[in-house]
Ligand binder design. Structure first.
Ligand code: DX5
Ligand code: ZN
Length: 219
C-alpha cells in the first residue's frame, strides 16, 4: 500500500490548520513537516511552536523531517511538541550522536527515521538499520520545495530497498522532492512506499484527485 504524505512547506501558512484538514479529507495518509534551521540548509522554515499548534489541530500522523544541524539537541523537544515520527539526516551529525538521537526518539515512544541527501550512499544507513521505522531518500537537495526530481537517486532507492529487504523488511521507504504523476511510479518501482509531495498537491486545484492519482500512478 502506497502512502501519500503532503509536505506543508507548500501550504498557505496563514491557513495552516485548514490546509492540513483539507489534504487529510482529500486522502492524505500523514503530514510531512519540514523543519529548516538556516544552517544545515540555507532556508529557515518553521519549528517547535508551529508543530505544537499543528498537533493541537489534527490527529493525523505527523512525519517530521529535521533539516537541522545536530538534531540530537532537539529530538526530545520535537517528540514532545507532537511528532509521531522524527527523521534525522545522517549528514547532520556524528554516527554516535545519530544513535543517541534515535534512542531519544524511541524512548519518547515515537517512530525513528534516517534521511539521506543526494550523494550520500545507501550504505550510510547500515549502522542504524535495525533501529529504524523509516528511511527517507531525498530526490532533490534539501532546503526548498518545487525542485526537479533527481533521477540518479533511483539507484540509491534501489540499494536502500535491497538493504532493508534483508535487514529490516518492515521499515518504510519514503521519497521526498520533485514527486509528480511522472516521477511517482519511478520511485515506487525502485522500492519506495511513502511519497512526500509538496507543490504537486498543494498547488493543485483538485487535491483529492491528485492524491488518488499519485497513489494509483504509483501502482
Ligand atoms: C525539501 C523538502 C520537501 C519539499 C518537497 O527540502 O524536504 O519536503 O517540501 O517539495 P516538492 O514536493 O514541491 O518537491
Ligand atoms: Zn521533507
Amino acid at each position: 500500500m502506497i502512502k501519500i504524505a503532503p509536505s506543508v512547506l507548500s501550504a498557505d501558512f496563514a491557513r495552516l490548520g485548514d490546509e492540513i484538514a483539507d489534504v487529510t479529507a482529500c486522502g492524505a495518509d500523514c503530514i510531512h513537516f519540514d523543519v529548516m534551521d538556516g544552517l544545515f540548509v540555507q532556508n529557515i522554515s518553521f519549528g517547535l511552536p508551529v508543530l505544537a499548534s499543528v498537533r493541537k489541530a489534527t490527529d493525523v500522523f505527523l512525519d517530521v523531517h529535521l533539516m537541522i544541524d545536530r538534531p540530537v539537541r532537539y529530538a526530545q523537544r520535537f517528540c514532545e511538541a507532537g511528532a509521531d515520527l522524527v527523521n534525522c539526516h545522517v549528514e547532520s551529525d556524528t554516527e554516535e550522536n545519530t544513535h543517541s538521537a534515535l534512542s531519544i526518539i524511541r524512548r519518547c515512544g515515537k517512530k525513528t527515521g534516517i534521511t539521506l541527501s543526494p550523494g550520500t550512499p545507501a550504505e550510510a544507513i547500515l549502522p542504524f538499520v535495525r533501529d529504524l521505522d523509516l528511511v527517507l531518500i531525498m530526490t532533490v537537495y534539501p532546503g526548498l520545495g518545487g525542485q526537479t526530481f533527481l533521477h540518479e537517486q533511483l539507484e540509491t532507492i534501489r540499494s536502500v530497498k535491497e538493504i532493508l529487504s534483508a535487514a529490516n523488511p518492515a521499515c518504510d521507504l519514503e521519497v521526498d522532492g520533485g514527486i509528480t504523476l511522472e516521477t511517482a511510479p519511478l520511485a515506487v518501482e525502485a522500492g519506495a512506499n511513502v511519497l512526500v509531495s509538496g507543490s504537486t498537491i498543494f498547488h493543485s486545484s483538485d487535491r483529492k484527485s491528485i492524491i488518488s492519482a499519485l497513489r494509483s500512478a504509483a501502482v
